[in-house]
Design a protein around this ligand. Sequence first.
Ligand code: FAD
Ligand code: NAI
Length: 471
Amino acid sequence: ASEAAEKDLVIIGGGVAGYVAAIKAGQSGLSVACIEKRGMLGGTCLNVGCIPSKSLLNNSHLYHQILHDTKQRGIEVGEVKLNLEQMMKAKETSVSGLTKGIEFLFKKNNVEYIKGTGAFADEHTINVNLIDGGETSVKAKNIIIATGSEATPFPGMTIDEEKIITSTGAIALKQVPKKMVVIGGGIIGLEMGSVWSRLGAEVTVVEFLGQIGGPGMDAEIAKQAQKLLGKQGMKFKLNTKVKSGEESGEAFKINVEAAKGGKEEAIDADVVLVAIGRRPYTAGLGLENIGIETDDKGRLVIDQEYRTKLPHIRVIGDCTFGPMLAHKAEEEAVAAVEFITKNYGHVNYGAIPSVMYTHPEVAWVGQNEQEVKASGVKYKVGTFPFSANSRAKTNLDTEGMVKFIADAETDRILGIHIIGPNAGEMIAEGTLALEYGASTEDVGRTSHAHPTLSEAFKEAAMATYGKAIHY
Ligand code: FAD
Ligand code: NAI
């Protein structure tokens, strides 16, 4: 083992949380090292999450559109063929470009990159099992744990990432399955289900609850999303629980029954995607050596300044509380480093957007209607359909709507929900509005360029405090 050197900050995990904290620390003049065991920076998001899934979503959408939506646009195409191997290569090119970009940013900001698995030896020392062999150890004044999350397994089903897969297998299948069963109708189930459905698989989503979309999605929007994804060919079994899976030859039989008990049936599948949520990952960190424990959901417990009970050890990203989202991890990374360097930091957990990158996209920020209703606050709702928006009509892409929920007395925006083309980009304006405590009238009286989809956003705001012009 080499001699231990002391750093101002050592970060365990080079995912979005860890690498952003490392860059921010380097920029702030701290001596900093980041330990990552994957051999690549960027964590789940860049390597097997956000980025590869969005590459496949984009290109499978293009393929699907060329197959089904060109004639009315005056484009006649010849034979259209899928080259899955090339589609996967395109995905790998985006991933490797971005992960290498972070290595460059580490160098630029004087971050030491240690490739290996880190474990606590004591409260200030981390031993690292190096990827290239051997060991080293680093001492640190401050430590940030950013070890992320992993897919929650389904009891009784052994993941092989070829036939019984998590999202990691779902971004790397070598051929299009004939029949795919997706367990869990949350964000991963719907995004990855969309990809394989567009490429030709018969996809059935089995969801325990009565609504798709996972936690947070507005019920009215979720209903529309289900209708539109259904039109594209996906099948849904809601209020249904998976009891077991059994192999039958090359394929599987997935036995399901009504969530409240009763009717049973078996669904055939040659690939089963398990997408029932993710759980914090802290295995092998040596937490027992420093007396830090996780809660009943496996999360590391922290205070408002991201500190564990050992105040120089902080935790950010998927392995602690809050939504498991890359941009949430990024906000926490900046705030945690600011707490170290300046004693203050800020994340507004009430204004973190969510986006589902299906077609159409679904995006939201703030509270959904179920939540506002339950809170007892008097509220009003305004909506505007894309079918009445000039740009959506021009683009022949008119499905969906924008929905505002505002306080009935003050007009302050409580939540914004969009289903439609480019919803994921449009929600940025909603997030800014919420962050600055805007009213729907503030948005409705702001000029939006014509003809753009964002006019639907403005008109939905107008419909909340008064009337929309075009509907
Ligand atoms: P991670 O990205 O999981 O990074 C943790 C890193 O720590 C890993 O690289 C791991 O190897 C490393 N590590 C763990 N233990 C050790 C150790 N002991 N020593 C050294 N290194 C260690 N979020 C979005 O906002 N938008 C999306 O579109 C989106 N799409 C997704 C799609 C999929 C299929 C999945 C699975 C997730 C998606 N997410 C998305 C969620 C997003 O990926 C996570 O919220 C984000 O990666 C969390 O960052 P993190 O740094 O906390 O954890
Ligand atoms: P999720 O929490 O979004 O959805 C899981 C779904 O599975 C829920 O609807 C739940 O009711 C259902 N479920 C749970 N147990 C079940 C069972 N036994 N049978 C049937 N249904 C069951 O989790 P998911 O989709 O696995 O994604 C994990 C996380 O990854 C997300 O919460 C999100 O934080 C992140 N992610 C974000 C993306 C984005 O921002 N676009 C994309 C992909 C993932």
